[in-house]
Design a protein around this ligand. Structure first.
Ligand SMILES: Cc1cc2nc3c(=O)[nH]c(=O)nc-3n(C[C@H](O)[C@H](O)[C@H](O)COP(=O)(O)O)c2cc1C
Length: 158
């Protein structure tokens, strides 16, 4: 059976709250999904999942170094994420604070790994964004994303 993981780095809890919302929605949509801080995940264990969702606070318009380190640690098995589903989300301090560049930076790494990334024509196009603590609107986007990733992953792995 397909399974997924949501991995996040979070210092003050905003990105963690988003991660939990997304993972909950994925589980409720029928895709068994774990939710782990990046410090609790080894590079090797990632390869056992069919879908990998990565979240980071926006730091200077980019992902935090802690998440980038995990991505860099995947290089010894480069190519083995080919065809898996990937997605990204972020929390930032400001509306135009570089949140979309952060998401795109994560997505670039997913694409370089051969992963399948689905955009969203109606919701947050690249992935959910929260300005500070997630509110109801952000929760809606996280749930929407979780459902869409779960449906895509179930379809691909059926
Ligand atoms: C080192 C550092 C760099 C940051 N850079 C940005 C930035 O470029 N743009 C922005 O909008 N917020 C920036 N922030 C604010 C965080 O993205 C924001 O507080 C976020 O919600 C923190 O997420 P967390 O609660 O998951 O740790 C920065 C914060 C830190 C600590």
């Amino acid at each position: 059976m397909a399974k997924a993981i949501v991995i996040y780095f979070s210092k003050s809890g905003n990105t963690k709250a988003m991660a939990q919302m997304i993972a909950k929605a994925m589980n409720e949509a029928g895709l068994p999904t774990e939710c782990k801080a990046v410090s609790d995940v080894s590079a090797d264990e990632i390869f056992g999942y069919d879908a990998i969702v990565l979240g980071s606070p926006t730091y200077y318009g980019q992902m935090a170094a802690q998440l980038k380190q995990l991505i860099d640690d995947l290089v010894s098995r480069h190519g083995q994420l080919d065809g898996k589903v990937g997605a990204a989300f972020t929390s930032s301090g400001n509306v135009a604070g570089g949140n979309e560049t952060t998401i795109m930076g994560i997505i670039e790494a997913l694409l370089i790994s051969g992963m399948i990334v689905q955009g969203d024509p109606k919701g947050d196009h690249y992935g959910p964004v929260s300005i500070g603590k997630p509110d109801k609107k952000v929760e809606t986007q996280c749930i929407r994303m979780g459902k869409r990733i779960a449906e895509l992953t179930k379809t691909i792995t059926a």
